[in-house]
Design a protein around this ligand. Structure first.
Ligand code: MG
Length: 225
C-alpha cells in the first residue's frame, strides 16, 4: 500500500480527489467554462510516484501535460462539515503534479466519457512529503510553481483559487466521507504544457513542499517533440 509521510508519521493513501478548473487563468488557456461547483475526478493511490521518481508516459498517449497543484492531506474522518470546520481536518500540505494525457482526455471529453485513463495511470500523481498543517501559516496564500529543466513554466498563488481550500473540503465532505490519508489536489494555475522523455520537472509550493521527477516514455513508443 502506498503511503505519504508528514512530520515522521506515515499515512496510508486513501482516495485522491482532484479538482479541475479551479484557477481562472488555467480555465481560459484550455477554453473551458468557469464551473459553478467544483469539477471533481479521482486518481487511484497506485498512480502516486514519490520525489525523485519517474513519470512513465503510457503508449496510448503522445501529449502528456504537467499540472502543478497544492495537495491537502486529510488527517481526520469527516462528513458534511462546514467550511469553518475544514482546517480542523487537514493534517498537512504538499505538492502534487496532476500528470494528464491531454490528447486522451480531449478525446474522452468529446465523447462525454470518464477521464480515468488520462488522469489515473501508473505514475500520474507525483507527490511530495507533507508539511504539517500547523507549520503552514496561510495555505490560501502560497506561491506555486513548476519548472522544466530549470525553465519556469507555471507560476501562480493559491489565493487565485476559485473555490478555497475550506470550501473544497466542505463540498467534498458532502459527497464522500473523507478519511485520514485521503488527499485533495486543488487545481492548477495557468501554464500547463507538454512534457517529453528526459524532462526534469520541479514543482514547488513555496516554503512548504517540493517535488522532482524525471519523465520517461513506455518502451518502444514515439513521444518526441
Ligand atoms: Mg489538475
Amino acid at each position: 500500500m502506498k503511503t505519504v509521510s508528514s512530520a515522521g508519521t506515515e499515512y496510508p493513501i486513501g482516495k485522491i480527489l482532484c479538482i479541475g478548473r479551479n484557477y481562472v487563468d488555467h480555465i481560459k488557456e484550455l477554453e473551458n467554462e468557469i464551473p459553478s461547483s467544483p469539477v471533481v475526478f479521482t486518481k487511484p493511490s497506485t498512480s502516486v510516484v514519490y520525489n525523485n521518481g519517474e513519470v512513465i508516459i503510457p503508449p496510448y498517449s503522445n501529449n502528456c501535460h504537467h499540472e502543478i497543484e497544492l495537495a491537502v492531506l486529510i488527517g481526520k474522518i469527516c462528513k458534511n462539515i462546514s467550511p469553518e470546520k475544514a482546517f480542523e481536518h487537514i493534517a498537512g500540505y504538499g505538492a502534487a503534479i496532476d500528470m494528464t494525457l491531454r490528447d486522451v482526455q480531449d478525446e474522452l471529453k468529446k465523447k462525454g466519457l470518464p477521464w480515468d485513463i488520462a488522469k489515473g495511470f501508473d505514475t500520474a500523481c507525483p507527490l511530495s512529503d507533507f508539511m504539517p498543517a500547523d507549520k503552514v501559516n496561510n495555505p490560501g496564500n502560497l506561491d506555486i510553481s513548476l519548472s522544466i529543466n530549470g525553465e519556469l513554466k507555471q507560476s501562480g498563488n493559491t489565493s487565485l483559487m476559485i473555490h478555497s481550500i475550506q470550501q473544497l473540503v466542505s463540498y467534498l465532505s458532502t459527497v464522500f466521507t473523507l478519511e485520514k490519508g485521503d488527499i485533495i489536489l486543488t487545481g492548477t494555475p495557468a501554464g500547463v504544457g507538454r512534457v517529453v522523455s528526459g524532462d526534469r520537472l520541479f514543482g514547488k509550493i513555496s516554503g512548504v513542499a517540493e517535488i522532482n521527477v524525471t519523465v520517461k516514455i513506455s518502451k518502444g513508443e514515439k513521444n518526441e517533440k
